[in-house]
Each structure stands twice: as structure tokens, then as C-alpha cells.
Design a protein around this ligand. Structure first.
Ligand SMILES: Cc1ncc(C[n+]2csc(CCOP(=O)(O)OP(=O)(O)O)c2C)c(N)n1
Ligand code: SF4
Length: 496
């Protein structure tokens, strides 16, 4: 018979301070996490939150959340949270740590995330010895997506994509990430732990704390691989899943410390700060006479510039060079710039396009999805990107006539046979520079001196420099002519 006396309980371990008191989930789900019973993620979250508490770094911790079952880390941890694209957490962590060296940056990743799509990222972050802590949750499967084979799936283990079990001949051998990374020189601390029983859990708790502590001490790259149960996808009850970690997984993935340079590690020097804008011309090796004077750097920086350009055409038409000259000129003029090339697999005659941004503010994303100017060097590129141009923007098109089905309201159009016009100047391949000349005339922000400096920097052959200068000047004239004749847009443009 149970005693009728009211039993008093003391809570031995309350909620870690680094967890939110309430999960920002739907009202009816606030009482539970989104993890299945017996899931390793919940246990590891708790260890990590405790480590953050004990080291008193909550206020400066940035947790990079992954793609996978633990995608919702930001529901639980009351720290700075950042969500990274699949496998990219180490790159994001690198940027965070370098730009905020005083922060504690933790990359939390599953085995699909870290060892499949993100294999290159983790390898290079470890090889650079980034001063970050990586928590690598190895449950030997892609769980969130329903149980596909992962690089860490055991030989013989069934998955939806290996229904008869993983075979070395087909899927290769389980990837030993900790051992692999321990062959690199830079990492300071690498350990594999498990959640297979209480003893293992106690060791895992210590290891996770240490990985965070090493970073706080400025020592360098640490990674803790945690063998973790996924009862749901393994189709086991939580108790059997925990046993499977200890009795089966551990045979393939032995626990232990694979790297411990904590004692010998010198403090990792803080990464070099980015050079000041005024320093950039010197670092780029630009001579004094290349630099703009008068209305140069300062003017461009003080102007409110936000030019977003998409340049597209066939490979070999000079699409990327056009973008590079524009971006380089922006750089010389003291603007924030980005240049992002994108091309097909073919070396020549494949499609090619690039995104260029020039801004008086730091560029948030190098992608130009809604350009203010589209430079379309052929018809397929025009058809592909025409509809993306923002209202009030410009389309500079290399063609005798503008295809009727691409016509749209509210966009200025300059359609001319730029290749033929360049041919008249001496070489049809200078069409890109004629088009750039027109673009520069539209925008009018960049000082001529910055364009000249960019051209001399990027084009080495004097014959081409001379031809490109004429091509740029011709492009400017063509735009001015068209403006004078009022022949720019078939449809009047409200913002004109
Ligand atoms: C670029 C991209 N490719 C594929 C996916 C689909 N996807 C979501 S989670 C996941 C696997 C995650 O597995 P793992 O890292 O092991 O985490 P777990 O779910 O086991 O915790 C994949 C492939 C995606 N979200 N993004
Ligand atoms: S499917 Fe597996 S990894 Fe995902 S929450 Fe459930 S137990 Fe955890």
C-alpha cells in the first residue's frame, strides 16, 4: 500500500538557464519538445545548455542550427541563434567567429549534415583550426527525412535507400569523421563519446563542456562526436535504442580521444581584421596615378548607391569580365561591392551569368534576384531574366529588335546590335564593353578614373585596353543618343 503521507521532492537539476523557460511553439505543444522520446538530440541539448551555463558564456554564445531533426535549436536555446543551410554551419561559424572574436560559436550538426553534404565544410574549418566548437551528433542515419543511408550508416544497417542493409561494395564504408579529422594538424581537441549508458553520458557531458571551454580559452578547433540514439527511425523502443548505441554502434565507432593538443596549444591568434577601405587600393597594388582624384573614393562613398546588376549571355561573350570591370571600378571608387559568377558546365558557348552589386552600404547578399539593370547579351538570357528586372529598372539587350514577347511595362529598354557595333570598332568581342559603357552612362555614379583604373587592372594586353576604352566611350554615346531621341522604352516608364 502506498503511504498516504505527502512525499516531498527536491528538484536536483532544474532547467538550464541557457534554455528558454517556454518553447515558442504552438500553444498546444508548449509542454513538449519536438524530439521523439529517447532521442539523442534532447539529451545533448541539455549537456550543451549546462556547459554554457557553467562557463557563464550565455550572453556571448552563437549557436549555429543545422538542417535535420535539430533544425529547431532556436526554439530551445536562449542564445544568439543562426540557421545555416544544409552542411554549411562550419562556414557560417567561421564568419561569425572571425567577425565577433569574443563570441562563443557552436556548430551543432547531424551526421547527414556534417559528413555528407557538409563534408568539405567541416574538413576545411578543422584544417584552418577555426576557434569554434563542433557538436557532431552521429545517429548513423538521415532521420528527419525518413531514414536514408548516411555516410555513417553501419555495414548491414537497413535504411530506406539500403533496404537490404548497407554494403561496402555499394555504399562504401562508414565514415570515421573523428579519426579523419585527427589526421589534420590544426585541431586541438577531438573526442568520440556515446549516450549508450550512464557512464558514457557522464563522459559525453564532460567532453561537450571541454569543447566549449577550449574555445573560451582561445585554443582552436574542437569537435565532439556523440553516438546518439534515434529510436523512431531505427524502429526500436528508447531502451533498446540506447543499448544499440553501446553494444553495436560502438564496435564500428570506438569511443575515445583522437586529438588532445590542449596543453601544447598556443593561443590561436585572433583573425586579421579586414583592411580599411582606404588601404584597399594599396593592397591591390594600384599605383597612385590609377586612383581617382577629386570626385573619386570619398564622393562615391558619400553617395547613396545601390546598383544591382545581372549580366547574362553565352560563355565566351565576356559576361564575367564585364561584371568584373564594373565591380572593380566600384571597389576603386570606395564602394562596397560583390561579384558572383554563375556558369554552366561547358567552357565555351554554355550559358554564363553574373551578379554584381555596388553599394554605399555593406552588401548583405551577393545574389541579385531583382536587378536594377539587366545586361542581356543574347536572346535566351533576355527571356530568362527579363521578368526579374525591377520596375523603373533597365534592360540593355544585344539584338536588332527587342522580342515582342519580352516587352513589359515600367522598364527602360536599350536594344541595339552591340556585337555588330563592336565589330565596327575593330572586334565583335568588345560588345561587352560597349554594353558596359551604356550601363555606366545610365548609372553615372562611378567616376571615369575608377573605370580606367579597373580596366588597366583587369586587362593586360595594351591592344585590348585601347579597344575597350573606345568601346566604353561608344557605349556611353549610344545611350546618350537614345536618351536624346527618347527611343528607350516601347512602353512609357512611370519612374522614368
Ligand atoms: C540542400 C538540402 N538538401 C537536402 C535537404 C533535405 N534534408 C533535410 S534533413 C536531411 C538529413 C539530415 O540528417 P542528419 O544531419 O543526420 O540529421 P538528423 O535528422 O539525423 O538529426 C536532409 C537530406 C535539405 N533540407 N537541404
Ligand atoms: S526521428 Fe530520430 S533524430 Fe529525429 S527527433 Fe525522432 S528520435 Fe530524434
Amino acid at each position: 500500500m502506498p503511504s498516504e503521507a505527502v512525499q516531498e521532492y527536491t528538484v536536483a537539476q532544474g532547467r538550464a538557464k541557457s534554455f528558454y523557460a517556454r518553447y515558442a511553439r504552438k500553444e498546444e505543444l508548449q509542454h513538449q519538445t519536438h524530439y521523439c522520446p529517447g532521442c539523442g538530440h534532447g539529451i545533448i541539448h541539455k549537456m550543451l545548455a549546462r556547459a554554457i551555463d557553467e562557463l557563464d558564456v550565455q550572453d556571448r554564445t552563437i549557436l549555429i542550427g543545422p538542417v535535420g531533426c535539430s533544425v529547431f535549436t532556436y526554439y530551445y536555446f536562449d542564445v544568439g541563434n543562426v540557421q545555416a543551410a544544409h552542411g554549411r554551419a562550419p562556414a557560417v561559424a567561421t564568419a561569425m567567429k572571425r567577425s565577433r572574436p569574443g563570441s562563443i560559436v557552436i556548430s551543432y550538426q547531424g551526421d547527414g549534415d556534417l559528413s555528407a553534404i557538409g563534408a568539405a565544410e567541416i574538413l576545411h574549418a578543422a584544417n584552418r583550426g577555426e576557434n569554434i566548437s563542433v557538436i557532431f551528433v552521429n545517429n548513423a542515419i538521415y532521420s528527419m527525412t525518413g531514414g536514408q543511408v548516411a555516410p555513417t550508416t553501419l555495414i548491414g544497417q537497413k535504411s530506406t535507400t539500403t533496404p537490404e542493409g548497407r554494403r561496402a561494395a555499394n555504399e562504401g564504408y562508414p565514415l570515421h569523421v573523428s579519426e579523419l579529422l585527427a589526421t589534420l594538424e590544426a585541431p586541438v581537441y577531438i573526442e568520440r563519446v556515446g549516450l549508450g549508458d550512464n557512464k558514457q553520458i557522464a563522459q559525453a557531458t564532460r567532453a561537450i563542456r571541454r569543447a566549449v571551454e577550449d574555445q573560451a580559452r582561445g585554443l582552436g578547433f574542437s569537435l565532439v562526436e556523440v553516438l546518439a540514439p534515434c529510436p523512431t527511425i531505427w524502429k526500436m523502443n528508447p531502451v533498446d535504442a540506447q543499448r544499440w548505441v553501446r553494444d553495436v554502434m560502438e564496435k564500428t565507432f570506438p569511443l575515445g580521444v583522437f586529438r588532445d593538443h590542449t596543453k601544447e596549444a598556443a593561443l590561436r591568434p585572433a583573425s586579421q581584421p579586414a583592411p580599411a577601405l582606404d588601404e584597399i587600393p594599396r593592397l591591390l597594388g594600384l599605383a597612385e596615378e590609377d586612383l581617382p582624384t577629386g570626385n573619386g573614393c570619398m564622393l562615391a562613398r558619400e553617395t547613396n548607391v545601390d546598383l544591382q546588376v545581372r549580366i547574362a549571355g553565352f560563355g565566351g561573350q565576356g559576361v564575367l569580365l564585364l561584371g568584373e570591370v564594373l565591380a572593380e571600378a566600384g571597389l576603386v571608387a570606395g564602394l562596397e561591392v560583390s561579384w558572383l559568377p554563375s556558369y554552366g558546365p561547358e567552357m565555351r558557348s554554355g550559358t554564363s551569368n553574373c551578379h554584381v552589386r555596388l553599394s554605399s552600404q555593406p552588401v548583405d547578399s551577393p545574389l541579385v534576384s531583382v536587378p536594377s539593370v539587366l545586361v542581356a547579351m543574347n536572346e535566351p538570357s533576355l527571356c530568362k531574366f527579363d521578368l526579374t528586372v525591377r520596375r523603373g529598372g533597365w534592360v540593355i539587350y544585344n539584338g536588332d529588335t527587342f522580342p515582342g514577347d519580352c516587352m513589359r511595362d515600367g522598364v527602360h529598354v536599350l536594344a541595339l546590335p552591340f556585337t555588330r557595333l563592336a565589330d565596327e570598332l575593330g572586334d565583335p568581342r568588345a560588345a561587352n564593353m560597349v554594353m558596359l559603357g551604356a550601363l555606366l552612362e545610365i548609372d553615372g555614379v562611378l567616376p571615369q578614373a575608377s573605370i580606367d583604373a579597373a580596366l588597366h587592372r583587369l586587362v593586360k594586353n595594351p591592344r585590348w585596353i585601347e579597344l575597350d576604352e573606345r568601346a566604353l566611350a561608344r557605349g556611353r554615346e549610344l545611350l546618350k543618343d537614345a536618351l536624346r531621341r527618347g527611343s528607350l522604352a516601347k512602353e512609357p516608364c512611370a519612374e522614368a
